[in-house]
Design a protein around this ligand. Structure first.
Ligand SMILES: Nc1ncnc2c1ncn2[C@@H]1O[C@H](COP(=O)(O)OP(=O)(O)OP(=O)(O)O)[C@@H](O)[C@H]1O
Ligand SMILES: [Mg+2]
Length: 338
């Protein structure tokens, strides 16, 4: 890919010494409160360069708020977000500017995230203009290149967003997010508004881009089937908390938290014989009111494991800590068996 004016990321923002094993993103004790709702409550994880974290949980569990707080779109109430070794939580906007270039977001609904009055070439080129990158001719060339990168013909740049299908519109949104050659993406349910038939194409595109551009990514989804393919690590959220955090292989081989097991058991297995015989964990009831979450373990009111253990008091009294991170498989449950 052509670099315009500046060579790589070194010019984009102050950068620590390059260390391939080092985490690009380190989130710790991150919390976001909206009045009495603890939308994100003491959340922590890290994402290495080139790594994708799949962030999963039911509606209202705090996934989008976490993503937005990491990108400093929603100010965190507390906690630390270190990007490339630098604390960006609470950083003044002016200082944040170079980091904004390096961290981009892709939203669920491409149609509402693209300005309907702008031509596609303007939409994709706008971040370059805002950051005064390149001459007009160079920007035009870069836009054509980005359209190609996302599998669209550069000639479509003259059209408007409504002239595209949902899948094509999401490709345009992805091209825009990549315009500044970021090194970190938050993709917030980027395929859930798309037809099932084209979801795989867009996931494949993101996977390809992640590999060629060595991007780090947080991929947010409701469903554990979607993130399996693209993620290296999985974090499961419930009512603002991470209840399980593990490397992908370990997670899918042996999900430890009863909530993760329930989410996974909703995912059909491709093998019809196993699909017929596998056991399912069904959750009772709806997600509790986030305004007034259950005491102790927030999941205890719906927990099938607790029922099997004759409803021990500790679950309602004591909050289980997320432990075991050093082993690559952390879980927050008093009774999960490792
Ligand atoms: N701007 C806001 N003001 C007040 N409350 C908010 C705001 N944004 C989110 N919330 C609340 O914070 C909690 C987490 O919301 P969030 O949108 O992060 O969840 P989510 O996991 O992304 O859900 P979904 O899967 O539906 O997108 C919810 O209880 C929500 O109502
Ligand atoms: Mg959301």
């Amino acid at each position: 890919m052509t670099q315009i004016h500046e060579a790589g990321h070194a010019a984009n923002a102050p950068s620590g010494a390059p260390d391939p094993g080092q985490s690009l993103l380190e989130v710790s004790n991150l919390s976001v409160r909206f009045a009495s709702v603890r939308a994100v409550d003491n959340v922590g994880f890290s994402v290495k360069r080139g790594e994708t974290l799949g962030l999963v949980g039911e509606s209202g569990s705090g996934k989008s708020t976490a993503g937005r707080a990491i990108l400093q779109i929603t100010p965190p109430t507390a906690g630390s977000v270190r990007f490339d070794g630098v604390e960006i939580a609470g950083m003044p906007e002016k200082q944040m500017r170079p980091y904004r270039r390096r961290m981009q977001m892709i939203f669920q609904d491409p149609r509402s995230s693209l300005d309907s009055k702008m031509r596609v070439s303007q939409i994709i080129g706008e971040p370059l203009e805002i950051h005064h990158i390149g001459t007009r001719a160079e920007r035009r060339e870069r836009v054509a290149e980005l359209l190609q990168l996302v599998g669209l013909n550069p000639t479509v740049g003259v059209r408007y967003p409504h002239q595209f299908s949902g899948g094509q519109a999401q490709r345009i949104a992805i091209a825009r997010a990549l315009a500044l050659d970021p090194d970190f993406l938050v993709a917030d349910e980027p395929i859930s508004a798309l037809d099932v038939s084209i979801q795989a194409q867009v996931v494949n595109l993101l996977l390809e881009i992640k590999q060629t551009m060595k991007l780090s990514m947080i991929f947010i989804a409701h469903d554990l089937a979607v993130v399996r393919y693209i993620s290296d690590k999985i974090a499961v959220m419930y009512l603002g908390k991470i209840v399980e955090l593990a490397d992908k292989t370990a997670f899918y081989a042996n999900p430890l938290h009863p909530y993760s097991q329930a989410l996974l058991s909703a995912v059909p297995v491709p093998d019809p014989k196993r699909e017929r015989t596998r056991s399912r964990v069904v959750l009772s009831g709806d997600m509790p009111n986030p305004d007034n979450p259950p005491s102790g373990c927030r999941f205890h009111t719906r927990c099938p494991l607790r029922t099997m253990k004759d409803n021990p008091a500790i679950c309602a009294e004591e909050e289980p800590l997320l432990t075991g991170e050093s082993s690559g498989h952390a879980v927050a449950c008093h009774f999960a068996e490792r």
